[in-house]
Design a protein around this ligand. Sequence first.
Ligand code: GTP
Length: 240
Amino acid sequence: MSDLKYKRIVLKLSGEALAGDKGFGINPPVIKTIAEEIRDVYNLGIQIAIVVGGGNMWRGEAGEEMGMERSQADYIGMLSTIMNGLALQDNLESVEVPTRLQTSIEMKQIAEPYIRRKAVRHLEKGRIVIFAGGTGNPYFSTDTTAVLRAAEINADAILMAKNGVDGIYSADPKTDPNAKKYDHLTQMDIINKGLHVMDTTASSLSMDNNIPLVVFNLNKPGNIKKVVQGEKIGTIVEGK
Ligand code: GTP
């Protein structure tokens, strides 16, 4: 355990991460690989909570294009994250990792409701807890959920797994060849440099609670393990 930088983490997985290059839905080999990566980290003795997004099932913009009411569209998004949570739970259990799925919106036949103290107990008992349904409120992102849950369960860090991007850059590396990758930033740097790492609600909550955030590329095998073992990959945001 001594070589572990973090003992309790919140891993933020975007819905898109589960889709792979198909871009939509759940790609079976991709979700299986993610489950295996998480198992390898779990086997180190780390307490892991996962917040999963839903962009592979439903994009808020689709609702906007239809002229749908924002809250209505966001509820569809929340249900998408629950579908992803169920799939992730199944995949983790198929690689022998005990899990509990908790939803912010009660649907007791399907999963446990979110109860902070129970979530912490599950972690202490060696279960991975998957938080689905976002915060349960429209207008809030799953990035905000990750920060909120991390604060609630006293996580040591938030690991923000990205699809193909290996950290925080000064500009979009896909379009700007001069974009520079940062290895280390403070919370204030994010604001001063105008970097868009998370939406502003998530960023301000993160800043207020001062929980270290590591942004890294999920698509490179072994990366989650490297982060928890303190290897310098991706970008770490810590300190005010
Ligand atoms: P301990 O009390 O620490 O032993 O935790 P536990 O999760 O094993 O106990 P519990 O008896 O609460 O749960 C047994 C199983 O039922 C677990 O798989 C839970 O996820 C599941 N479970 C518990 N509460 C609910 C619920 O409200 N809805 C659904 N669908 N499942 C639940």
